[in-house]
Design a protein around this ligand. Structure first.
Ligand SMILES: Cc1ncc(COP(=O)(O)O)c(C=O)c1O
Length: 391
């Protein structure tokens, strides 16, 4: 076969393909060392598609780790969440309750389905869905004549939400709970793994997560019917008995075998990753212990977070701006805490229940570099820069 000539554009010829914007990124991917082995296996077997043994291995590893039976891989956490809503039959005009303090992907799929999001504030301890405001939001929907069709709760920054309280409200009103565990793989709540705590749950493996498959996600459900439907819809709803027919509106949401090879490799040292993330958090806590103004995101008793990202707040005006700008001067990436989704322009028209806790977190909080390859000396430097601003 004639080889195609690959001629890179001039600017890429020096192999410095993409310029590094920061010396220290907030969450740089970290390789386990097994990636090449499994990628080679996939290439040797020529499974360069959304079928293949790497997918089967990665799925099985996740099932074992989270201790669930029904799981399917997807090409992103967002598509997994969209599939969750589709399989629950959520449609135009339905109410779906969602935590406001999260990455926007937690709520976007509600709009994909033309459903109506109703946002709920966070409580002060874990910064996740406040059970009291959740109840208010449900009552609001009932007064409007419609029971919410689902509740999307998040373990933001990997910290488990107050799930027992949230679950008991879900049971009382008989509303399915979707657990957005995109950031929380490796966290546990009362010894149960994040990803196994909802009626449906989702994970993300994009490049900044505790394990990455370069991009990807997973949908987990308590019964196989949901997962079978999700597999169908994620494969363009191709008719099993007639490949020329499609049984309903479908999507292209399957994970590729190449991505699964990377995910499989990363799963090998997941427990060590959690330990390392917790060490990073502990070191920041120790280094900043003299700053009485600083408060770290809290874990509820009997919950263990993967501490995906170390997050903190300080009771000082413009703290988020001051710290991120200071670190940027030294080419260190940091971020404001999530902008509450109900304040994002295209979500502003929807209802919100709360006392603006999530708005305060956004205004006075930052997320610090927490990559698995972070050196102690780098953390010391970051802490010193924060000290200089708080003096
Ligand atoms: C809380 C939360 N939900 C959903 C997603 C969506 O995942 P993905 O980026 O894999 O689509 C992410 C991650 O980006 C997230 O942080």
């Amino acid at each position: 076969m004639k080889e195609l000539q690959e001629t890179p554009p001039e600017r890429l010829m020096n192999h410095n393909l993409v310029e590094r914007k920061f010396d220290i990124y907030i969450n740089e991917p970290f390789q386990s060392g097994k990636e090449l082995t499994f990628l080679k296996e996939a290439l040797d077997n020529n499974w360069l598609s959304t079928e293949g043994e790497q997918i089967q291995f990665f799925e099985q590893q996740l099932k074992n780790y989270i201790n669930v039976e029904h799981l399917t891989l997807t090409n992103s956490g967002t598509s997994a969440l969209h599939l969750a809503l589709i399989t629950l039959g959520i449609k135009e005009g339905d109410f779906v309750i969602c935590q406001s303090f999260s990455f926007v992907a937690s709520a976007n799929p509600i709009l994909y389905q033309k459903a109506i999001p109703v946002f709920v504030d966070s409580e002060e301890e874990t910064w996740n869905m406040d059970p009291d405001f959740l109840r208010e939001a449900i009552e609001y929907c009932l007064r409007k004549g419609k029971k919410p069709r689902a509740i999307i709760m998040v373990h933001t920054y990997g910290i488990p939400a107050k799930i027992n309280k949230i679950k008991s409200i879900c049971r009382e009103y008989e509303i399915p709970l979707i657990e957005d565990a995109a950031e929380a793989l490796g966290s546990t709540y009362f010894d149960q793994p994040a990803g196994s705590l909802g009626d449906l749950s989702i994970l993300s493996f994009n490049g900044n997560k505790i394990i990455t498959s370069t991009s990807g996600g997973a949908l987990i459900a308590q019964n196989d019917e949901i997962i079978r439907m999700a597999r169908l819809v994620s494969n363009q709803s191709k008719d099993e008995n007639n490949p020329h027919n499609h049984v309903r509106l479908g999507f292209n949401y399957k994970m590729s075998n190449i991505c699964a090879a990377v995910g499989r490799a990363q799963m090998h040292d997941l427990d060590k990753r959690v330990t390392r993330k917790r060490e990073i958090f502990q070191l920041y806590k120790t280094l900043l212990s003299d700053c009485k103004e600083i408060q770290f995101q809290g874990e509820e008793e009997r919950s263990i977070s993967n501490r995906w990202v170390t997050t903190l707040t300080a009771n000082r005006k413009n703290f988020n701006k001051i710290i991120t700008e200071k670190l940027l001067k030294y080419k260190i990436e940091s971020r404001y805490l999530w902008k509450p989704i109900h304040l994002i322009p295209y979500f502003k028209e929807f209802s919100f229940f709360g006392d603006q806790t999530c708005g305060r977190l956004h205004d006075c909080g930052v997320a610090l570099p927490s990559g698995l390859g972070l050196a102690q000396s780098e953390q010391e430097r970051i802490a010193e820069l924060i000290y200089q601003e708080l003096k």
